[in-house]
Design a protein around this ligand. Sequence first.
Ligand SMILES: Nc1ncnc2c1ncn2[C@@H]1O[C@H](COP(=O)(O)OP(=O)(O)OP(=O)(O)O)[C@@H](O)[C@H]1O
Length: 764
Amino acid sequence: MSTHRDASDELHQDDEIGREQEYVSTLYDRLDGLREQASRRLTEELRATGGTQQARSQRESAVQMYADQVEQFSAVENGLCFGRLDGDDGTCRYIGRIGIFDTSGDYDPLLMDWRAPAARAFYLATAANPQGVRRRRHLRTRERKVTGLNDEVLDIAAASPTAHEELTGEASLLAALNAGRTGRMRDIVETIQAEQDRIIRADLPGVLVVQGGPGTGKTAVALHRAAYLLYTHRQQLSTRGVLLVGPNATFLRYISQVLPALAETGVLLRTQADLFPGVQARRTEPAQTAALKGRAVLVEVLANAVRDRQWVPDEPLEIELPQREILTLDPAVVRQARDRIRRSNRPHNLARALFDIEIVHTLGTQLAERIGADPLGGENLLSEADVAEIRRELREEPAVRAALDELWPVLTPQRLLADLYADPARIATAAPMLTDAERALLHREPGGWTPADVPLLDEVAELLGEDERAAAGRRERIRSLQREYAEGVLDIARGSRSIDVEDEVDGGEILGVTDLLDADQLLERQKESDRLTTAQRAAADRSWAFGHIIVDEAQELSPMAWRLLMRRCPSRSMTIVGDVAQTGALAGTPSWSEALEPYVAGRWRLEELTVSYRTPAEIMAVAADVLAEIDPALRPPRSVRASGVPPWDRTVDAERLAAELVEAAAREAAGLTDGRLGVIVPAGRVDDLGAAVTAALPEAAVGEQPELANRVVVLTTEQAKGLEFDSVLVVDPDRIVAESPRGHSDLYVALTRATQRLGIVRPT
Ligand SMILES: Nc1ncnc2c1ncn2[C@@H]1O[C@H](COP(=O)(O)OP(=O)(O)OP(=O)(O)O)[C@@H](O)[C@H]1O
């Protein structure tokens, strides 16, 4: 690719842009047509009523399909077409976010979906290996206007000797990397690099681990892989669903727009805290407690806790029936029943029915012996049927039920765990293998759940088995999700109505579907046909088995969290992305094999990403020193570019830290034309330094879930995980290190968040 430009080049470029504009405008016309068609059909389906059960069910499918289509056609509006491949054979293919075909003719592709196999050369072809491509063209657009293009002629003789050999579309890539950040992650579909493409298009089955340093595009790759897999295995994955797990709610908001912009809306995004339906784990707890709860030893603790609820009294238990009849349960009898039932290996709640049978049998025999005793000393006077009747009655007897509930209570996971935490005696029985100090960490009063509790609730749910209350809770959750869905469909119908109105040639009055139908009515119709989207079912059902699970920042997961995820994915089709050098959680993963061997021993594949697209070389050099502290054997990724701006490091009077920080933040923020400033502070100082910065800079955000779209955001390292900013200030690095046993990893994360500039402020 030539870098020298003269006037004739520019004229030629203008002509080319004009020609491309014509083509791109045709594509947008087609897109409008498709959206309008889907929107009309959606309206028609929503208006239709009556018919057989089957007709109604088909209508619900159609509503869902057209609503999805309207959403997809709207989502790909920006950057619909971004590339063109000219082949040696004279063919020309346009590459874009979705496939569009010429329905008026031979159904020729007008625009090829980037995920189609034939589009792959756009990402892989190089001068050395052109794959039949003569020229690759990147088209730049703003809204529907073509604003520029970059050509690469894939001719080894003509290739510029200065170009990075391994980069594809270098000019477009660098433009994307140098652009100001917005607080929301953008997709990289226009400039996916070859090493990333290989991972995105890897086969669906099996566990694929993607290890890569900061900024190597792991999150981007994970999201594009989700879109690729849904496109390639649509049938299989649309019924089982895809789950993406991220580290916290702020991160999920940060990435939330990427998949919709790739025309995929069916992926369920969740944090660990949201993975137990019906529980919102917002409570906080000390890192040491969370670390303990993440350890695999909790499997045994929880199993003990459940067994502890299968009670054998020390003394005979007296059960008083009406008319002062007293039955007695001997401890030995209860123990025998308990042991026999435990051997059945049924989950606790499901085994209760067996326990009832055993105990009621014993009590029934006792009562029958008394009632049917022959005063003359002969055989018992009651028939088998009489005894059976006695047992039936006993089972309904409140005193008997109360005794059974005491001996073998039906429990919810929440009840069991809350009771365990609240009672040091229960903890002592369940956790003899822990130290006193560890047991003390588990003790707490009821009142909400923490993210580390979620895998434990899930573990307990497995041990208990489902009872009717859980099923009722699920029905309730499904109902509320159905309502959300109904409202969503109507929003789409409402949103697409303007198109109907504009296009109505007669300009006549149109009665929109939302004038005829409200969410409740739509919900009623859904109830009749009982249809649910995969995401709805999956979100409401604890035992849902996903078709594929993607875990981002996977190094943070504890052994208990891995157990939960593996249960949700019995097919073991997973993509796991992370960086073990960035592990901050104390129960997090120090090595991939330690995390995965228990589940897929020898059957997982490791891919590495080696180039950092985010962090410029000058900043990576600073981070490399910290990485060496974590492990001298670790190497930082290679930066794809230098910014030309050396990071600065200033020591200030500790007394004046807040004032100096405010001044530095104001200066950095003023230097950003667009883009964002991140101020990363020690967790123990986020309140006071956050307050100082927000008081001085009204555009600054701070808090549990700070708004990343603000120009300035003050946050802790934990919150900054996975995020990035144009400019970053790291405050008091020594304290960041001192705050946690994994402090160097935290500092490494903090130092690698910037795309352009880094400043370090140290108090004396
Ligand atoms: N091929 C690419 N084209 C354009 N931008 C890219 C490309 N690959 C990565 N990037 C950009 O580099 C930045 C870092 O990517 P990403 O957040 O996915 O990295 P990461 O490996 O998950 O980082 P971390 O480990 O720090 O969380 C993002 O802005 C992303 O858009």
